[in-house]
Design a protein around this ligand. Structure first.
Ligand SMILES: Cc1ncc(COP(=O)(O)O)c(C=O)c1O
Length: 454
């Protein structure tokens, strides 16, 4: 069972936040660090000293509960002892190069045992999520001989040129032109349905809308549809069960591959091993990263024998990279998989996720500014709104205040966005989870008292 990480963790605050040592180090960093780091790190202003399980301790000795989890990277809990031991052992033996290693063989076999579909047993490895999705796009082109791509409103797949063109977000602004032949269609964002319909009576009309859009817009050469089984960056959206099967059948009708981007939903995050497990859909390519490496920067794609043999992707050096699948990355990912299995972290994600959901759902009735609480496993979200009827998002000033009030009480959150995402470590125990909810309750009471939402 999951007994390697500390339980019933609590925040412990010793100084004002950020404390004097953090402030001094941040000032030195700010002198040289380029802008553009992740928002919560900039806003928190703390400097990390060490982290264990679900807590992060700063250089001033303050410990925080971590409900951000590296935005879905921290599956094993910080500094999991078995993981630390495995990475240390490998780095002392060999870390660089693409020769076969025992670690890579172990990883391949362990991953094959969890293949999202029996046919998906070919792995190629990279070091970042966007790189894996780019490779999936190249592979889809090689296999189909087509060049167009379909993705979704609100979708996020990375920040390099190919994935930027897939994104359905404002991240593209000022970076055009995007790649030609990219089409975006609506995702099943049922809380704010773009078609103003209700699920399930809508019959996933968003996919039908997409079908018509493509009929009018596509040059008839669609290589793949790229979809997140549940959308992360858009606000941890959980689509209805019918959505992915409808997308899969659209891909089939278009003669296109289906690429499931499981970067954030894979490895137990949503309470099942893969995000697609909730739908029964079998994609042609699955892209993986984040929790895959247990914190080590390693990503990859899984596909079939047939698709992976497409040329030139399959030529020697055709799909490789400098770091992909080196002994250290392989040892880290193999250890992460071993720990997920041995400590039943997928099941823990489901059980503790249900506890968190049950504790958070009453917030919708209790607070005038909580529009919805949703989630699957430890992939959760709270919609913060100015008005429950119009669903207008809570103002930036109010969400920023919530972020800082949580921080001051020792809880690290992504509350600075109105679609407030929570994705703690999969090793989270119920007592620690409920300690975090208690802090949220205190902060939300304050928001209500001060009428910050109005
Ligand atoms: C679904 C999805 N795909 C791809 C990426 C890009 O991963 P990376 O930041 O490692 O490039 C992300 C990152 O958040 C993601 O959530």
């Amino acid at each position: 069972m999951n007994d390697s990480q500390p339980k019933a963790q609590r925040p412990e605050l010793k100084t004002e936040i950020p404390g004097p040592k953090s402030r001094a180090l941040r000032a030195r960093e700010d002198a040289h660090m380029a802008p553009g780091l992740q928002g919560f790190a900039l806003m928190a202003g703390i400097v990390v000293d060490e982290a264990r399980g679900s807590t992060v301790t700063d250089v001033d000795g303050n410990s925080f509960l971590d409900f951000i989890g590296g935005i879905g990277v921290n599956g094993l809990g910080h500094s999991h002892p078995k993981y630390v031991e495995a990475v240390q052992r490998q780095v002392a033996k060999a870390s660089v190069g693409s020769f076969t290693s025992e670690s890579r063989v172990e990883l391949l076999e362990r991953l094959a045992a969890h293949a999202p579909a029996k046919k998906l047993r070919r792995l190629q490895m990279y070091s970042g999520g966007t790189e894996a999705v780019e490779s999936a796009m190249r592979l889809a082109k090689c296999h189909t001989g087509k060049h167009e791509f379909v993705s979704f409103w609100g979708g996020f797949h990375g920040k390099t040129m190919g994935t930027l063109s897939l994104n359905g977000t404002t991240l593209k602004e000022h970076l055009g032109p995007m790649l030609p032949g990219h089409h975006q269609i609506p995702y099943a964002d049922c809380y704010r349905c773009p078609l103003k319909l209700e699920s399930p009576s809508c019959g996933v009309a968003c996919v039908e809308f997409g079908r018509r859009h493509l009929k009018a817009q596509s040059a008839g050469s669609i290589a793949a549809i790229v979809v997140e089984p549940m959308q992360g960056t858009a606000g941890n959206l959980v689509p209805p069960r019918e959505f992915l099967p409808a997308v899969a059948s659209l891909a089939k009708d278009l003669g296109a591959l289906l690429i499931a981007d499981e970067m954030i939903t894979g490895f137990g995050r949503t309470g099942t091993f893969w995000g697609i497990d909730h739908s029964g859909v079998e994609p042609d390519i699955v892209t993986i990263g984040k929790m895959f490496g247990g914190g080590f920067p390693v990503s990859g794609l899984l596909t079939t024998d047939e698709i992976s043999s497409a040329k030139p992707w399959s030529n020697p050096s055709g799909s490789s990279s400098s770091y992909g699948g080196n002994p250290l990355a392989s040892a880290a990912a193999a250890a992460a998989l071993r720990i997920i299995d041995e400590e039943q972290l997928v099941e823990n994600s489901r059980v503790v996720g249900e506890t968190l959901l049950a504790a958070l759902r009453p917030f919708v009735d209790r607070y005038p500014f909580v529009g919805e609480v949703r989630g699957a496993g430890l992939f959760l979200s709270i919609e913060l709104v100015r008005d429950k009827r119009t669903k207008e998002p809570l103002s930036k000033a109010a969400t920023t205040r919530i972020f800082h009030e949580c921080l001051r009480r020792g809880l690290l959150t992504m509350a600075y966005a109105a679609s407030f995402r929570l994705q703690p470590a999969l090793t989270l125990d119920e007592a620690t989870a409920l300690a975090g909810v208690e802090i949220l309750r205190e902060v939300f009471d304050l928001v209500e008292k001060e009428r910050l939402w109005a």
